[in-house]
Write a protein that binds this ligand. Structure first.
Ligand SMILES: Nc1ncnc2c1ncn2[C@@H]1O[C@H](COP(=O)(O)OP(=O)(O)OP(=O)(O)O)[C@@H](O)[C@H]1O
Ligand SMILES: [Mg+2]
Length: 356
């Protein structure tokens, strides 16, 4: 009687766990599942009991994504003898699975399963922040080391100017000074772009912003065989409170990526970048759509990581910096892409409280 009561308490405790639990007996048959498991797998009670792990792979009540999870877990348990396994499903959710079959369990084997997507996101964000901080420190150090000799060179060239003038080579001075200034500008831009500062917001009509961005990139797009189109329904000029320089940087980053994706797609159809704007009351959405090469689900996951690039001369900073700028504006950035079809980025920004 006392043992029965204790078993009841143990079972209740397992039912209360915030992980899904599967208990297999010594013949490999599933003999216990808790409520959390049924909730996670979105199935009704008791349907799984009596099945072995291998039979679960084809269980009709299980969704396809979960059946493929069972396949992966079976491999991990039987082939690789793992006791802890992490996997990502087709909806990009992260799962942590633990396998316990110690000798003290009389041949029983317990699997626990937990959706750890939230923890993964936190881990990922921290990792990205760390990389950006490190990048900021490295770039500041490099910029400092390069700027000092440039300042010295600039000074000496100015001292040499009269001598160059005397031999009719004044033009050299101008070229050297221009090039030094350009190098300084590049360092300044790099420092700024790898460490986006707090936005200095001003109100601007979204349409004016798009017009200015298109003006900046139009000739490059033309040269690379890409047409830029603003969709008709986007004509309304909603006001946004933005740091104009930073937002232009984001739009240019995205549109340059689109052009690269179009050029790399090898498609015979003309390249097209479409811009659209939608307002949903409190929020404003800017869509940048291309018919470039598109991206796999895995690439879409890694996209915003600093230094993630698939281009031989890319830094992999464009999107991580863009994401940071948009977040600093109180907004967010989403991607939707299909390999061989194209990509759409959506920037969501709060609608401005501007006095017009
Ligand atoms: N529109 C797009 N279509 C397909 N792939 C894209 C698109 N935008 C970004 N990517 C992928 O995301 C990666 C990261 O982009 P990101 O802008 O951060 O860096 P990058 O373009 O590689 O380098 P940089 O911006 O420094 O030139 C790219 O290398 C590319 O593989
Ligand atoms: Mg880029």
């Amino acid at each position: 009687m006392a043992v029965d009561l204790r078993n009841h308490v143990y079972e209740n405790a397992l039912q209360q766990l915030d992980s899904g639990v599967l208990l297999f007996d010594s013949s490999g048959t599933l003999c216990f599942t808790n409520q959390e498991l049924l909730r996670l797998l979105e199935i009704s009670e008791e349907t799984l009991q009596g099945y072995s792990l291998k039979q679960l792979m084809r269980h009709p009540a299980l969704k396809r994504e979960f059946r493929s999870m069972v396949v992966q877990v079976t491999k991990a348990v039987l082939r690789h003898k793992l006791t802890r396994y992490e996997l990502m499903d087709v909806s990009n959710r992260h799962w942590l699975i633990t396998i316990t079959n110690s000798v003290r369990m009389d041949g029983y084997c317990m699997l626990t399963i937990k959706d750890v997507s939230v923890y993964k996101d936190v881990e990922q964000t921290t990792y990205q922040q760390d990389k950006l901080v490190m990048l900021g420190q490295i770039s500041a150090a490099i910029a400092h080391e390069i700027r000092n000799p440039l300042t010295a060179i600039r000074g000496f060239i100015q001292l040499l100017k009269p001598y160059l003038m005397a031999i009719g080579k004044e033009e050299y001075t101008r070229i050297i000074l221009t090039e030094i200034d350009r190098a300084n500008d590049i360092i300044y831009e790099f420092l700024n772009s790898s460490k986006p500062t707090k936005p200095e917001k001003s109100c601007m009509g979204i349409h004016s912003l798009l017009r200015e961005v298109i003006m900046l990139i139009e000739s490059e797009a033309l040269m690379r065989g890409c047409q830029i189109r603003v969709l008709e329904e986007s004509i309304t000029d909603w006001q946004v409170a933005i740091d104009v320089k930073q937002m232009k940087q984001v739009m240019l980053n995205l549109m340059k990526n689109s052009m690269d994706a179009i050029c790399e797609s090898g498609k015979q159809v003309p390249g097209l970048i479409e811009l659209a704007v939608k307002s949903t009351g409190e929020q404003l959405k800017i869509m940048i759509r291309d018919n470039g090469k598109g991206m796999s689900k895995l690439a879409q996951k890694k996209l915003f990581e600093p230094f993630y690039t698939t281009k031989p001369s890319g830094t992999g900073l464009g999107l991580s910096v863009s994401e940071r700028i948009i977040k600093n504006h109180g907004g967010s950035i989403q991607v939707d892409s299909q390999v061989g079809v194209g990509t759409e980025f959506t920037l969501t920004l709060p609608v401005a409280q501007c006095a017009i």
